[in-house]
Design a protein around this ligand. Structure first.
Ligand code: HEM
Length: 474
């Protein structure tokens, strides 16, 4: 990647051999593009990596929500996802599934601690979180009947896929690079086939099941069932929907893409966010104590309704997302020179927008650490999100007036999963802090907050912690 242009006021353009990339680190430019010019910035680049790959080669019939162009098909898919689990009114319906997963995680850690006051001297936190969160998301997608062996196979496949995406970044952009690294490229493309091999039999089993209308505990319909029932416009033009004609079911390719997206987007981001949050709790025991005060006030199960009433916990998770957004960039297609100027590259400096357009990369980490928006922006201070703090009123997705952080992106293509994701993070952290004390590993070793920018922004050195089982209260 050759540096094309770099400007002090936070915008830079680089070139990957195919398209200029304009990187935006300025929150005001981000607001101008994603809010004021929302119509121009509502698509992701067509040829980007990994979208083109995730959605397969015959793109028109293998899009997922991330890659589909803005329009009626996008709307139909987004409504389907919302109807499945994401709508705020449905978050409470997830309680039985989520509580089951949290109880299993707590029970496992209790055994490892070996009784009240017992300690596990060192545990790799990411491993235990992955093992707890992935099955929860898989069941939300396929229904509670999906067996453990399939869940493990999905987890292994998606983990390998994410690793290979990270490894493939270097050659993703240009055709020449793909030729040079053709072996890795071919191995990478093979994932598509493996996903189809694993998911299609499960999809078909669900399609043919006599009792498909059976909901998950809590009354939720599995995401896959809704995908099997949805009808999308054939030509993706607005009048198709209006006239109520020319609708079709999703193709097998689309189903595989959408299911892979759900299993890929959910657990990886949620686990990354939980790990960052716990790292800060290990480093700042006083923050842990503050959460514990809120959590200990709850009698019985940590339901969504209880967790929603915890302002300090909310502040902790927002602060963690501000500092460490698990997805490093929001990507947009910049169709022409006018678009480039909106994101801060005047014609005098960027005479480069070719017919195939340019790409905008909104740097979510830098946008959340703007010193003009936050005092001491690199410090972990949840209090800033409490009443009276500088972050009071900041939500998961920014409104039209101002962007102070955007870990879930912004504008029309902002993440629809923020409510569900933060509910998972808050609930799991609440359960883990209620039952255990979290400290640096007893064998020594510092907590390293270095970030690794890959598919997800994870801790470069996975968090290791010592875990002590709290004594039973009352
Ligand atoms: C902490 C957890 C998560 C984070 C930080 C996160 C972040 C993001 C970001 C930054 C984007 C791009 C937004 C943009 O381009 O403006 C995105 C898009 C998306 N996310 Fe998430 N996400 C999370 C969890 C989830 C979950 C749990 C789901 C699904 C259940 C999900 C589904 C999606 C989808 C489908 C899109 C594409 C939306 C569209 O193009 O219309 N995400 N997410």
């Amino acid at each position: 990647v050759a540096v094309f242009r770099r400007r002090a006021w936070a915008s830079a353009a680089v070139h990957d051999g195919q398209q200029p990339i304009i990187e935006i680190r300025d929150r005001n430019i981000a607001r101008r593009a994603l809010m004021d010019h929302a119509d121009a910035f509502c698509n992701r680049p067509l040829n980007i990596f990994p979208v083109a790959l995730v959605s397969g080669r015959r793109r028109r019939h293998s899009d997922n929500l991330t890659s589909v162009p803005y329009g009626p098909r996008w709307r139909a898919l987004r409504c389907t996802l919302n109807a499945a689990v994401l709508h705020p009114s449905r978050l409470g319906h997830m309680d039985p599934l989520r509580l089951e997963a949290m109880d299993a995680l707590v029970a496992d850690l209790r055994v490892r601690c070996g009784g009240d006051g017992g300690v596990v001297r060192e545990i790799v936190v990411r491993d235990i979180l992955n093992a707890a969160v992935f099955p929860l998301v898989a069941r939300t997608c396929f229904g509670s009947g999906v067996d453990d062996a399939h869940v493990r196979a999905m987890r292994d496949l998606l983990r390998a896929f994410v690793l290979s995406v990270d490894g493939a970044k270097d050659f993703a952009g240009s055709k020449m690079a793909k030729l040079l690294h053709w072996r890795r490229w071919r191995r990478f493309l093979a994932f598509r086939g493996k996903q189809a091999e694993l998911f299609l039999p499960l999809i078909n089993a669900r399609r043919n099941a006599a009792n498909r209308q059976l909901t998950l505990s809590g009354g939720l319909t599995p995401y896959l069932d809704l995908l099997l029932d949805v009808r999308v416009p054939v030509d993706d033009k607005d009048d198709d929907i209006a006239s109520g004609k020319a609708l079709r079911p999703l193709t097998d390719d689309e189903l595989v893409s959408l299911v892979s997206e759900f299993l890929g987007a959910g657990p990886g981001t949620v686990v990354s966010s939980m790990e960052w949050t716990l790292a800060h709790l290990v480093l700042q025991p006083e923050v842990q104590d503050n959460i514990r005060r809120e959590v200990d006030a709850v009698e019985g199960a940590l339901s969504e309704a209880h967790v929603r009433q915890m302002p300090y916990m909310r502040a902790v998770v927002l602060e963690s997302l501000r500092l460490h957004p698990p997805i490093p960039f929001a990507l947009r297609d910049v169709p022409d020179q006018a678009g480039a100027e909106v994101v801060g590259c005047p014609a005098a400096t960027v005479t480069v927008v070719p017919t195939e357009g340019a790409r905008a990369h909104f740097n979510l980490g830098e946008i959340g650490r703007d010193k003009n928006a936050w005092t001491d922006p690199d410090a972990f201070r949840p209090e800033r999100f409490l009443v009276g703090g500088e972050g009071e009123g900041v939500g998961l997705v920014p409104g039209p007036k101002e962007i102070k952080m955007m870990p879930f992106g912004a504008g029309r293509r902002a993440c629809p999963g923020g409510g569900l994701a933060t509910m998972h993070v808050k609930s799991f952290v609440a359960a883990l802090v209620r039952e255990f004390e979290w400290a640096p590993p007893s064998g020594g070793g510092a907590i390293d907050l270095t970030e690794l920018d890959g598919f997800f922004k994870v801790m470069k050195t996975p968090l290791r912690a010592a875990v002590t089982l709290r004594r039973q209260r009352g």
